[in-house]
Design a protein around this ligand. Structure first.
Ligand SMILES: Cc1cc2nc3c(=O)[nH]c(=O)nc-3n(C[C@H](O)[C@H](O)[C@H](O)COP(=O)(O)OP(=O)(O)OC[C@H]3O[C@@H](n4cnc5c(N)ncnc54)[C@H](O)[C@@H]3O)c2cc1C
Length: 329
């Protein structure tokens, strides 16, 4: 369906006012014939808008999936439409006794957006379960099937961030063997604090534990508008880090590969928080410095100003550039 109107409102989890004048809702592949866009800068594909920072006047045509089908192709293979809510899908897989995806419970947004930044949490990422993705190339006007290896998945990255590909549906494959990922320290700590035996945790229980962990740290965007982590954890050569006012043990540093380490971006921000402008401090979430919130009806420009303030102070202190995670339009 095509909607044209001068003021079509685009709801988003940052609660920013945003309007477009053209919205295409894609229910089936024949609807792509009506999409009148030639170049990438003419359109924006959206899901549930939980990872977008949107301007008030969106000078782009908006394209949105209405494909909310879930088909079980075999006992472990699911073909899932891009409009399905991600958490609803995770809950249905856990209910089916298929394993591995519990760690990604509670991530807001749609199935179609999940591969775009290769969503991840608690040691697991969505690419671990993707077999292939059906897309429509909006510039070429062709349909393609991409196998997992063709999607260039990395840490919070994929081919979908640079190509004009509309994700139609995704084939996911899960294990029927009960193998749970409980390597993440916070998960182990919570299990032992609840006096549970790690060896007897079920997939449902792990899902509940992770939901509890998320609820304790992350603001619910329906109550406190936000887009989740605003910066990626930087992957850098450890020798390039400067220590002016802090020491190495103040940072959170994980091994990444032979050359680089991954640094906890939230801790970097906590360490320099007192040097930030008042507006930045007021809009950082109290229990998670990686999250910029919009409690006080701040504007698109305010959010950009806050992110620049954080980036420049972290850079000055640690010689580390923080890369923005959500898509800024
Ligand atoms: C409270 C909170 C917690 C979060 N926690 C996590 C977390 O733990 N881990 C994590 O990785 N992320 C997290 N996020 C970020 C967010 O949940 C994910 O990025 C999610 O995948 C966004 O889904 P969406 O449908 O809202 O996408 P949107 O915000 O609508 O779009 C995001 C990007 O995907 C593109 N896109 C959307 N649909 C399609 C499609 N069908 N085809 C092609 N491109 C498409 C858009 O163009 C845009 O670039 C969190 C966000 C919030 C608000």
């Amino acid at each position: 369906m095509i909607m044209t109107n001068s003021e079509i409102k685009i709801k988003n989890s940052f609660n920013l006012p945003c309007y477009t004048n053209t919205l295409y809702e894609i229910e089936s592949n024949k609807d792509f014939l009506k999409v009148d866009c030639k170049k990438s800068d003419e359109f924006l594909i959206i899901g549930e808008c939980t990872n977008l920072v949107l301007p008030t006047k969106l000078n782009k045509k908006v394209i949105k999936s209405k494909n909310s089908s879930i088909n079980k192709i075999s006992s472990t293979l699911y073909r899932v439409g891009s409009a399905v809510n991600w958490n609803d899908f995770v809950l249905s897989v856990i209910e089916d006794n298929r394993f591995g995806i519990e760690n990604l419970i509670g991530i807001p947004g749609s199935v179609g957006a999940a591969p775009v930044q290769n969503i991840g949490a608690y040691g697991v990422q969505v690419s671990d379960f993707i077999k292939s993705i059906n897309i429509y190339d909006i510039e070429d006007k062709t349909f393609k099937k991409l196998l997992k290896d063709q999607c260039d998945f990395g840490y919070r990255s994929s081919i979908f961030q640079t190509k004009p590909y509309f994700i139609i549906d995704i084939d996911f494959e899960f294990s029927h063997i009960e193998k749970l990922n409980m390597d993440y320290e916070g998960i182990r700590r919570l299990i032992s604090s609840q006096n549970k035996d790690i060896k007897s945790i079920t997939s449902k229980e792990l899902g509940e534990i992770i939901s509890e962990l998320r609820d304790s740290k992350l603001p619910n965007p329906k109550i406190i508008p936000n887009v989740g982590s605003f910066f990626k954890n930087p992957i850098i050569n450890e020798k390039s880090i400067s220590y002016n006012n802090f020491k190495k043990t103040d940072l959170i540093i994980w091994d990444h590969n032979k050359f680089n380490v991954k640094v906890g971006a939230g801790r970097l921000i906590e360490l320099i928080k007192s040097t930030l402008n008042k507006e930045s401090i007021d809009n950082l979430h109290s229990s998670h410095a990686l999250i910029i919130t919009n409690k006080n009806n701040i504007s698109y420009d305010d959010i950009i100003k806050i992110s620049l303030d954080i980036q420049s102070k972290v850079y000055k202190e640690f010689n580390i550039h923080l890369e923005i995670e959500p898509t800024i339009i």
